[in-house]
Ligand binder design. Structure first.
Ligand SMILES: NC(=O)c1ccc[n+]([C@@H]2O[C@H](COP(=O)([O-])OP(=O)(O)OC[C@H]3O[C@@H](n4cnc5c(N)ncnc54)[C@H](O)[C@@H]3O)[C@@H](O)[C@H]2O)c1
Ligand SMILES: [Zn+2]
Ligand SMILES: [Zn+2]
Length: 365
């Protein structure tokens, strides 16, 4: 067991508390990681505000990169000093979903994540929840060997962390989830970290039009840099009418990367007949989404969802890292600012302001 510094959620809607916690020794299939960088994802904020429930105290944070510090007795593919990022959906590799390539739906996830002792504890011995069994707002974390991917030397850790959540989620939603075809038309509602990754995925897929939709002009400007061919400010006028004015039709694919019933309905309404709406944003627990039934049978529209890129995160992350090396996937541009660990609460405030794609925390400064 070691002691380390972590930002702990002790009450909803309150700042995270920087404090000392205890980190258990790695179990046989785990490694202990010295966390260098974590991206601030809107999902962390959902737990901080209670729109998605968590036990308390909790250490949030999941968009993680770092260096392996210690390995469990059964670990074979990693060793101390390896630079890694997270493949956040650990899986058993043997259930029917894993065998079919849908490891995000592994039925043995709870079993895979089970530990004999809590991974994190307060200094007086109280167990601390870890978001996604990670808890990356901590200078050290425990992760399973199969929930990590080695990063090539020329992928810096402060951009490599994006691969583990927003990139694999967004680009994966395009290729694995919706299976966007070359030449098709795409709309993306919400141009934060995840939406920007979806825009880049659509560009890589060869979409002939990519319409970025947001409430914020700075985000829309950045979206053009990621590959958007058109932009719509959803705060000005009717988004569906504006899209039809721009393209002369609805889109083949509409992605929702905000997390609300209203934007999900808009995504569905933006489709042309036979189009697919893909929900990626996480709406508050219990949200229901009324959509016109007639659009399904009469217009043959589809409504799907995508979780963490719908695929094999380890394989996908390694491929996306190669696209970064080739200059085809822009990651440096997505890191708006790297902030010291002590400023993590201010980082969440920046996340909600306009001129940001991703805020990344440097845990070791
Ligand atoms: N499905 C998954 O696996 C998965 C993974 C990661 C994140 N998420 C979810 O995706 C969503 C986006 O995450 P993020 O980190 O990119 O968030 P973010 O805060 O970086 O970006 C959200 C964007 O939506 C815009 N927005 C807000 N309301 C809008 C509206 N009514 N119309 C148009 N745009 C609007 C904001 O201006 C911002 O640009 C969150 O709900 C997050 O929890 C899902
Ligand atoms: Zn995330
Ligand atoms: Zn499985």
């Amino acid at each position: 067991m070691i002691e380390t510094q972590a930002a702990v959620l002790t009450a909803l809607n309150e700042p995270l508390e920087l404090t000392t916690i205890r980190v258990d020794d790695p179990e046989p299939h785990e490694v202990r990681l010295k966390v260098t960088n974590v991206g601030l994802c809107h999902s962390d904020l959902h737990y901080m505000t209670g729109s998605v429930p968590t036990g308390i105290p909790a250490v949030l944070g999941h968009e993680v990169a770092g260096v392996v510090e210690a390995v469990g007795s059964a670990v074979t593919s990693l060793q101390p000093g390896d630079r890694v990022t997270g493949a956040l959906t650990p899986s058993c590799g043997r259930c029917s979903y894993c065998e079919a390539g849908h490891s995000t739906q592994c039925v043995r996830l709870d079993e895979v994540r089970e530990r004999k002792r809590p991974g994190f504890e307060t200094v007086d011995g109280q167990a601390i929840e870890r978001l996604g069994s990670i808890g990356a707002f901590s200078q050290h974390v425990l992760m399973r060997e199969n929930a990590l991917v080695k990063l090539p030397d020329d992928v810096p850790l402060h951009v490599g962390c994006l691969l583990s959540c927003c990139i694999v989620t967004g680009v994966g939603a395009v290729f694995r989830g919706a299976e966007v075809r070359p030449g098709s038309t795409v709309a993306v509602i919400g141009c934060g970290g995840v939406g920007s990754a979806i825009i880049q995925g659509a560009r890589l897929a060869g979409a002939s039009a990519i319409v970025a939709i947001d409430l914020d002009e700075d985000r829309l400007k950045a979206a053009r840099g990621y590959g958007a061919t058109h932009v719509i400010n959803a705060g000005e006028g009717d988004t569906v009418e504006e899209l039809h004015r721009l393209l002369g039709d609805g889109v083949d694919y509409a992605f929702e990367a905000v997390g609300s019933a209203r934007t999900a309905q808009t995504a569905f309404a933006l489709l042309r007949p036979t189009g697919t709406a893909c929900l990626v944003g996480i709406a508050p627990m219990g949200t229901e989404i009324p959509v016109p039934a007639m659009d399904f049978w009469y217009q043959e529209k589809r409504l799907i969802g995508s979780y963490m890129g719908s695929g094999q995160a380890r394989e996908d992350i390694a491929q996306f890292a190669r696209l970064y090396q080739q200059g085809r996937l822009l990651l440096d541009e997505m890191v708006t600012r790297v902030i010291p660990f002590a400023e993590i609460n201010e980082g969440f405030e920046h996340m909600l302001s306009g001129d940001v794609t991703r805020i990344v925390v440097d845990l070791q400064s």
